[in-house]
Design a protein around this ligand. Sequence first.
Ligand SMILES: Nc1ncnc2c1ncn2[C@@H]1O[C@H](COP(=O)(O)OP(=O)(O)OP(=O)(O)O)[C@@H](O)[C@H]1O
Length: 217
Amino acid sequence: MKHALEISSVRLLFGERLILSDVYLKIETGNIMGLLGQNGCGKSCLMRGIYGTLACEKSVSIDDIYFLDVYKHPQLVRYLPQHNFIPKWLSLKHIFRDFRVDFTGFAELFPEFRGREKAKTGELSGGMHRLVELYIILKSDSQFILLDEPFTHISPVHNDIIENTILSEAENKGFLITDHMYRRIRKVSDPVYLLSNGKTHLVKEEEDLRVLRYVPR
Ligand SMILES: Nc1ncnc2c1ncn2[C@@H]1O[C@H](COP(=O)(O)OP(=O)(O)OP(=O)(O)O)[C@@H](O)[C@H]1O
């Protein structure tokens, strides 16, 4: 079944500083929407605003039902924040069970985790910890997935596997992804927007990124 996440009238001010202004996005099942933008332009704030963990003016609906706090409905939306969110004392077994994600499938894709089900995330390297968080979010049973910097901290070979996993999960989900690995974002996403001066600009080709001063000329 196809679902639609619609975000409109997003406006965020910190003091006098306007961070987001009249942002509109529509993500449907099967869409992988990419979001690029300079450091500090408001990408994470936008995701947190949609998710409901940052207060801002907004209208967020899924299939025409409006939500202020969609984070209370993990079957609808899951969010990978920029920073680690799983406590270091939890075992992989515990985490995969809580998120109802199959550990065996994970260990088949990433053989270095084979036999490590009882390991705690605190025993993993930073990148492996991140990989666990990323995988359980994108494999979770949810209609829409927001990923804040999924590719950062992950090695290129693992990122190729993650890219393929996102593509296959997108058969039944909609994604909003932001990362500074803009070539990966452009490869996996369509459409791609660049957030600048609080507004979204559609990116069709690499030259647009130069014109919008995201990449150097
Ligand atoms: N609680 C807050 N109070 C005041 N300003 C804030 C607060 N949270 C974020 N900001 C500011 O809002 C702006 C947008 O922050 P945000 O984290 O969304 O940027 P970003 O686009 O995700 O950047 P990056 O690519 O560096 O992660 C930044 O200038 C940041 O300093």
